[in-house]
Design a protein. Structure first.
Length: 326
């Protein structure tokens, strides 16, 4: 009986020692695992801090892009105002040309009436010559040249106006689409990426930084697996943030490219605007030269009529308004 009790005591002591040894090994293993987990957590915190700093830098860059887009919109508004002023100038020029055309037609009618009065007063022999001169003046000098100048000026002005309006419409549509698209992209990046995902990351970090509550109610090995799964999830979210940052950088480059394209279009429109102003000036000069030429032809005709002795007074048939147009 005593020997059995001693064996039982010996076995119990051995079992107790073995159990204590296993418990110490298990505790050592758990401490090592917790050390690794804390190292992973510290690394994750550092990466999160670095990613948060990068996101702040990206936010500054996107704000700079917004400022540039606002400047481009301001420049486009100035261009639109310049285009409106040019259209008003073109309208004024067309109105002036119509007034000039009406005055020219009135002066031509006055000249024709004067010639008709002279034709009635002349003899039949000289009337044929006067009719021939009037026909040459009317058909060859007044009607043909005036009609050619009028048609040429109207066709050029209409063509340039249509071209300028089409270019403006294309530019406005393209710029409006570009601004709308990149405003939506930037708003989504700031509202979703910078707020929702960053808050989610912080909540995950806070849950990882307080593991004691989970240990009290769960098995250590199961809690370790959960923590590792959360760390993997956190890594996935960080990778997703990096991908979103890359997409936003690509969108920023596309915005810069579209801005350069819009600026080139604006420069081309400015060149066409200068060409239009130059052509309007040339048209005005040609019109004045035509008026001067018609006045010279009128003087030549009056000299020829005076040679036949049928011109009573050069002052009676001279239109002051016609001469003022020179």
């Amino acid at each position: 009986m005593v020997a059995a009790r001693e064996r039982y005591t010996t076995e119990r002591n051995e079992t107790t020692a073995e159990y204590e040894t296993k418990m110490e090994d298990l505790q050592t293993e758990h401490r090592n695992q917790w050390t690794d987990i804390h190292e992973h957590l510290n690394q994750a915190k550092e990466r999160c801090s670095q990613q948060e700093s990068e996101l702040q830098d990206l936010n500054k860059k996107y704000q700079t892009v917004l400022n540039q887009l606002e400047e481009e919109m301001t420049s486009f508004e100035r261009l639109t105002q310049d285009k409106t002023n040019l259209e008003e100038t073109l309208t004024d020029a067309k109105q002036s040309y119509r007034r000039f055309e009406a005055e020219l037609a009135a002066d031509v009618r006055m000249l024709q009436e004067a010639m008709e009065r002279m034709k009635v007063a002349h003899e039949e022999e000289k009337a044929g010559k006067l009719k021939e001169l009037a026909h040459v003046l009317d058909s060859a000098h007044e009607e043909t040249l005036a009609r050619e100048i009028q048609e040429k000026t109207r066709s050029e002005a209409t063509s340039l106006q249509k071209k300028f309006a089409e270019e403006r419409r294309v530019l406005e549509t393209k710029l409006a689409d570009t601004v709308s698209y990149y405003e939506e992209q930037l708003n989504e990046a700031r509202n979703e990426t910078l707020q929702h995902e960053r808050n989610q990351s912080r909540r995950n970090l806070e849950s990882l930084m307080n593991p004691t509550e989970a240990i009290s109610t769960h098995d250590p090995s199961e809690n370790t697996e959960n923590l590792l799964a959360e760390i993997r999830c956190l890594r996935g979210e960080l990778q997703k943030e990096k991908n979103n940052a890359s997409q936003l950088e690509s969108s920023y480059e596309q915005a810069l490219t579209s801005t350069k394209t819009a600026q080139n279009t604006v420069d081309r429109l400015n060149q066409e605007k200068s060409q239009l102003e130059y052509m309007l000036g040339q048209t005005t000069i040609e019109s004045r030269n035509t008026i001067h030429w018609l006045n010279n032809e009128k003087l030549v005709l009056e000299k020829k009529l005076s040679q036949y002795g049928v011109l009573r007074s050069s002052k009676e048939h001279t239109s002051p308004r016609f001469l003022e147009g020179v």
